[in-house]
Write a protein that binds this ligand. Structure first.
Ligand SMILES: [Zn+2]
Ligand SMILES: [Zn+2]
Length: 267
């Protein structure tokens, strides 16, 4: 097929499926500021996807606890009513998979009526201590270099596969963002085999694959890499755009670039 203007769009860029707020303690801005930013961008739908973790041993908390989520749902409900007819406000969660806390995660997830459950994996366990796979803190990066980058990546991908299989989620977030701050990260053949298995699992569970546009800022193209997006499209996995905004002005970031970027990847 050559280019035709009648092709189905690959993503709906009127919907941002992934934003944070001050509640996670490493983003800024109140929920309402994100809704207003989305309106200014002309979006029709905004999904808050706040961080949840369980049983993580790490000195800097970067996720919401129960009382925060209580507030999140109260405020989210208020915003739904205030902005009804202008924009859809959805309340979701970015669940950080922890293979040692599956029961706790299931229990926490069962406490609220999520519109969207994103699966991520942010922490790597070593000797009873967790290290943040997405952080640029020197102490994390040094440790990953010590552990061996290939080994850590293998473990990261294995945890994602397991998370997809063991917990009910709707979307896989920023698939290849693990170790995004380590210079010169390359997937070896075994990692690529794992990524195929991960996509099979995502497909089998009826989940979507997030196209995370924060990648444009980190590395010039979205997460995940182009060949992974093409593979997902070949398999019929739906794509879900998310800005991963940690500031209101990042809502819908680079969404204008997505249609042309993805069109080239159409299998
Ligand atoms: Zn975050
Ligand atoms: Zn996020």
């Amino acid at each position: 097929m050559t280019h035709s203007p009648y092709k189905q769009p690959l993503v709906d860029t009127s919907k941002d499926g992934h934003v944070h707020t001050f509640l996670c303690r490493h983003a800024i801005g109140a929920m309402e500021e994100y809704v207003q930013a989305a309106l200014r961008k002309g979006l029709r739908s905004l999904t808050f996807l706040e961080h949840m973790e369980a049983e993580i041993q790490y000195p800097h908390r970067s996720w919401l606890e129960e009382l925060d989520f209580d507030f999140y749902f109260e405020e989210g409900q208020r915003l739904r009513e205030v902005y009804q007819g202008q924009i859809e406000v959805r309340l979701g969660v970015e669940m950080g998979y922890n293979p040692d806390a599956v029961d706790t995660l299931r229990k926490k997830l069962g406490q609220y009526p999520w519109d969207s459950v994103g699966l991520s994996c942010h922490f790597f366990l070593h000797d009873g201590q967790h290290y943040n796979l997405l952080s640029n803190r020197r102490e994390n990066l040094q440790k990953f270099a010590d552990f061996g980058v290939d080994t850590v990546l293998h473990s990261y991908l294995a945890m994602l596969i397991e998370g997809v299989q063991r917990i009910d989620c709707t979307v896989l977030c920023h698939l290849d963002a693990g170790l995004r701050h380590m210079p010169g990260i390359l997937f070896n053949d075994e990692h690529k085999r794992q990524i195929h298995a991960l996509l099979e699992a995502v497909h089998g569970r009826g989940m979507a694959l997030e196209v995370n546009t924060s990648g444009f800022d980190y590395r010039g193209n979205p997460f995940p890499a182009d060949w992974i997006i093409t593979k997902a499209l070949e398999m019929g996995i739906p794509l879900s755009p998310g800005s991963d905004a940690h500031r209101p002005e990042e809502v819908g970031r680079h969404f204008d670039r997505l249609p042309a970027y993805l069109e080239v990847l159409r299998p």
